[in-house]
Write a protein that binds this ligand. Structure first.
Ligand code: KG4
Ligand code: ZN
Length: 344
């Protein structure tokens, strides 16, 4: 059994956690910066980097104290090394490098997306490779075939906005504040999902990719028209998003190898309406469905420590001069998709 310290600082959550190779979370801390960014309706990179720098060191000291561990007792120190806001990533990675250098413990530079992609295996010891993964967060929206640690085949990505971004923009249009996903989900509970006619971009097309920009514009027009209740707009938006996700999954999975399991990860996986739609979709295709608990869906350090543990088990670690990467696709061989602003 090994113990890995995980560090996450790629967006607006500062987090540290201790996780064992046999899936036990010994200690974890997370500090959200929602309040600092709320006045701006989105994450401000400079504010984020400064907050990470202030909070991270005491947080690491706290999890080590709670675990009753000295640095040299760790088997690896894993930190998000990208993709993400580069100032924040550097704060976490430099801290990990310093601790690794001082203690002689190996450094593992973790791809944040790999943290999300492997997080369901931390919660579920039965989940075996390969599996189909919907990875949907504020910055990413992809369908991947996960064949093993470090082995990803991208089946679909977004040609414009990510799904979480579409939730955040809808929240902004409806005046619900940031982060928008949970607020839209709450308001949708009080609305009628059939009340507002909204488009399902790319549904019915043979290509597997996502597009949410047209949906966002339609939400804006629906709001501006003054004809609809906000709750009906939220519910109709959420239903349109679900319809898009299921259709895109169908196209992607029909073109992929037969996969025994469907897994959802990333912040949007916290949405219960989306989770239950995916569960039914998986059941209809006789696929096993897995979703991590909510605390492992949004950004956290346990998933980074776990990705480190998975890499440690395959005998991998990284040099202390590993350079932070603002962009770092999981499948480097994936073709770029049409459209400006395409996400990796
Ligand atoms: O994975 P994450 O914490 O950070 C990124 O790596 O982006 O994901 C955050 C995203 C935000 O866009 C947020 O609005 C969305 O996940 N999100 C949700 C819900 N909870 C978080 N979207 C829909 N419904 C939710 N309940
Ligand atoms: Zn994330």
């Amino acid at each position: 059994m090994g113990i890995v310290l995980g560090i996450e600082s790629s967006c607006d959550e500062t987090a540290a956690a201790l996780v064992t190779t046999d899936r036990r979370i010994i200690a974890q801390r997370i500090a959200s910066q929602d309040e600092a960014h709320a006045p701006y309706g989105g994450v401000v990179p400079e504010i984020a980097a400064r907050a990470h720098a202030e909070k991270l060191a005491p947080m690491i000291a706290e999890v080590m104290a709670e675990g009753g561990l000295e640095l040299h007792e760790l088997d690896a120190i894993a930190a998000t090394a990208g993709p993400g806001l580069i100032g924040g990533v550097m704060v976490g990675l430099v801290s990990a490098k310093a601790l690794a250098m001082a203690s002689g413990v190996p450094l593992i530079a973790v791809n944040h997306l790999e943290g999300h992609a492997l997080s369901p295996r931390l919660a579920d010891a039965e989940l075996q490779f390969p599996y189909a993964l919907l990875l949907a967060s504020g910055g990413h929206c992809q369908i991947l075939q996960v064949n093993g640690v470090g082995e990803y085949r991208r089946l679909a990505t977004t040609i414009d906005d990510a799904l979480g971004e579409a939730f955040d923009k809808t929240a902004k249009i409806l005046g619900l504040g940031y982060p928008g996903g949970p607020a839209v989900e709450r308001l949708a509970l009080e609305g009628d999902a059939r009340a507002v006619p909204l488009p399902r971009p790319l549904v019915g097309s043979g290509e597997p990719h996502f597009s949410f920009a047209g949906l966002k514009s339609a939400v804006m027009r629906a709001k501006d028209s003054g004809l609809h209740r906000d709750a009906d707009i939220a519910a109709s938006f959420q239903q349109a998003a679900i319809d898009c996700v299921l259709d895109r999954l169908r196209v992607s999975l029909d073109a992929a190898d037969t996969l025994p399991s469907l897994v959802v990860a990333g912040g949007v996986a916290a949405n219960s309406a989306i989770r239950s739609a995916l569960e039914q979709f998986a059941e209809a295709r006789t696929m096993r469905f897995a979703a991590p608990p909510l605390s492992l869906c949004t950004d956290n350090a346990a998933m980074i420590a776990w990705a480190g543990a998975e890499r440690l088990a395959t005998g991998q670690n990284d040099p202390l001069d590993f350079v932070a990467r603002p962009r770092w696709p999981l499948d480097p061989d994936a073709e770029p998709v049409r459209g400006a602003g395409a996400k990796a």
